[in-house]
Design a protein around this ligand. Sequence first.
Ligand code: XIL
Length: 319
Amino acid sequence: MRFGTAISTGGTLDDAGYRDLVRPHCNVLVAENEMKWQALRPSEDRFDFTDADALVNFARNEEIDFRFHTLLWEVEERYPAWLRTYDFGAAPAAEAERLLTGHIARVASTYRDNMTGWDVVNEAVDPATGGYRTSPFSQAFGGMEAVLDTAFRAAREALPDAPLVYNDFMSWGSDGTHRDGVLRLLEGLLNRGTPIDALGLQSHLWGGNEAGDFADEAGWRTFLDEVTGMGLGLVVTELDVNDRDLPADLAVRDARIAEVTRRYLDLTMSYEGLRDVVVWGLVHRYSWLQYFQARADGLQKRGTPFDDDYEPTLMAEAI
Ligand code: XIL
């Protein structure tokens, strides 16, 4: 198996203490932001691989594998500003295809020898409805299915042997709308003969109630049965625990975070062929959870496996 973390230039990569945690614990890394369009493609006519290269070079020197994240993130607010307002012209579908396939060909060829797996499309399903989201590309193409087919086919062309992943967060504590939408998306890809190898389970767990959100273990198992029943692999791509609504008491909170993590991984890792467990950051103070849904009491979030002294928490033990 591989275990690893998201890492970032300017923060975690530059912190010697963090690098000292990565070396013994991780054999796979992923770029937290540096391989998104925002970073790699500052404008239509310019690519910038500086930060992404810094991460890849570190991994190569340490003989650590890398996963690519992400060739496309289908959430409009996550597009670079220039692409949100892009003029697709008189033949929008053709122009969108040119832009998207060009991007994928260029980026994939740059890193084709460095990656063990690729997030091709991230978050194309609207969690509220289970239908596809609307994005600048989906509008230009005349629908999300064309976006998905174009992206996965372009990725396969550039990367004939690499595992291609659709990545999403599934809202797995809710009523199943999001999960069902993801299943339909995957079925659609397979029915149309579009290449896809695995589903990326972001695994941003919610530590909000008694059992965390993991009260519905049976529902999660049914979902994973359906995905693997389609012949698709599974990858845990972004594990962390959002402890926004857990009690302030550190002992209670850490125990709950560990419990949710343990239950989730016990079930999810029971699926054969799941090889990668990647957490979305190792150390509390660098975690995106500090600014994503901050706690009302202002206390630091604890949903990553190491504390600010680089000491393992109960979550690390659970993993
Ligand atoms: C997050 C990063 O952690 C933040 O630094 C950034 O501001 C926004 O993106 N799902 C994903 C990741 O697929 O790319 C997101 O990463 C977290 C949620």
